[in-house]
Design a protein around this ligand. Structure first.
Ligand code: FE2
Length: 205
């Protein structure tokens, strides 16, 4: 079997990150470009949530990088978000899938940051969480409500950027649509500091 080539995907995701001004975006884009030629370790997993995510990637409103995710979608090392290590309860975790493309547990090893894809199926409330790492999400496709800190939930779409400071509580919840986003963790990237905070305020106007 031919070596999995993630360089087109990494280039496309780096462009998405680099379209913003956040320092963490620069860190993530640099990691993607640095590792474009690295050989990934792939443990392909097609999860129950995969069909919904594949359908979402055909949404014409999604960012152009969706065309670079689709060809390798089934070859990425997807796992249910936070399920295996018990960070997230099964009723929520089994509705979301994550792949760490670059990172200490990633398809390509790098202990300076983590970069991956995150997808959440429709009608899923991924309640408020917090962690030491600074975090950036850039939504690629789909619609979802996001909140952070004291802010109310606000509907976000493709191209929107959700930047969370270290230990700033944040949440995402989907209604009619699934979502897929690229994410970056920088700073203190240990998953051990991750915790739930609880449920959040109602949707804003
Ligand atoms: Fe987070």
């Amino acid at each position: 079997m031919a070596q999995l080539d993630l360089s087109p995907l990494f280039s496309a995701l780096a462009d998405v990150l680099a379209s913003g001004q956040e320092e963490i975006a620069t860190i993530g884009a640099a990691a993607l470009r640095r590792h474009a030629g690295s050989s990934p370790v792939s443990e392909p997993a097609v999860l129950d949530t995969n069909t919904a995510i594949e359908n979402l990637l055909h949404d014409p409103n999604g960012l152009p990088c969706t065309t670079q995710i689709l060809p390798v979608l089934d070859q990425l090392s997807w796992h249910y978000s936070g399920y295996d290590d018990g960070r997230i309860s099964a009723d929520v975790a089994l509705k979301m899938q994550t792949v760490e493309l670059i990172g200490a547990l990633g398809m390509i090893f790098d202990d300076s940051c983590r970069v991956g894809l995150f997808a959440q199926t429709a009608n899923t409330d991924y309640i408020i969480r917090t962690h030491a790492a600074e975090e950036l999400f850039v939504q690629i496709a789909g619609e979802a409500e996001w909140m952070k800190g004291d802010e109310l939930y606000c509907m976000r779409g493709p191209g929107d950027r959700m930047h969370h400071a270290s230990f700033q509580p944040h949440a995402s919840r989907t209604i009619d649509s699934a979502l897929i986003a690229v994410w970056v963790w920088a700073g203190e990237v240990d998953y051990g500091t991750y915790s739930y905070v609880g449920t959040g305020p109602k949707t804003g106007e």
